[in-house]
Design a protein around this ligand. Sequence first.
Ligand SMILES: [Zn+2]
Length: 127
Amino acid sequence: MTDYYECGDGWIPLIEEAKTIIAKYNKKLKNEHLAGEPLEFVQIKEKWGGLCLYLNYYVPEIADQIHELEGKSLDICEQCGTNKNVKRDWTHGWIMTLCDKCREEELERFNSRFKNTKSIDENSNNN
Ligand SMILES: [Zn+2]
């Protein structure tokens, strides 16, 4: 079970919901003495502005629920978790699902990083 999320904190509630679904399924496996290894996440990441939940194997009976949670992430800010003024849009070369405020902050962070890189170049040119 991976506990490492390659995405922002805004989607943690969706991940928690997915964990509950998986735990319920694993309990059923155990209670009904069904064969098969426990279901678990192998990777949790952001891809094309959406949450991607990868499991160790495919289970038709929960696939729709997991897919629905991934779909919900497209309307939830990846950074802060709000569903107000959220857009899935290009942000400094990446598709990100963010609210207006977080997108502004993300661009500011990116631009200041860029500025720092530039000043290092300028310094090396002076030497
Ligand atoms: Zn936000």
